[in-house]
Design a binder for this molecule. Sequence first.
Ligand SMILES: [Zn+2]
Length: 150
Amino acid sequence: MLGSLVRWLRMMGHDVEYSIGFDDEKLLVLAREESRVLLTRDLELYKRSTARVIDAVYVEGENEVERLAALAGRFGLALEIDLRTSRCPRCNTPIQPVPKASITDRVEKKTFAHYDEFWECPKCRKVYWQGAHWPKIRDTLEDAKKPREG
Ligand SMILES: [Zn+2]
């Protein structure tokens, strides 16, 4: 349910694990062992977590902007994406710049012609660039930075 938020956090450079299919007990054990903050939309899980002194956030908000704003307020997140420090939104591995020549056949011709900077995930091999979707990403982050009530 929080998959989209997870991708945003990884793009902002945060180390975020995402588990679907783990039961609550396993999530709590992992959060403790790896000193992670548990993000959940499940109020029961949130309560169990805080009862065991595991840092947790009950994620509220109707959309990505509100959720990002809430997390930024709680953790002082910068709400900036710098691909030099981004993690792969798919698999959480830090992405690395790659020479344009090395991705020739891996992006569409138009993309290749239009952009010069590319990054690659060393684990899942996905290629990233600041494409046409970038202004929208910026807008979402700017929206999340605006002061809001509550
Ligand atoms: Zn990856």
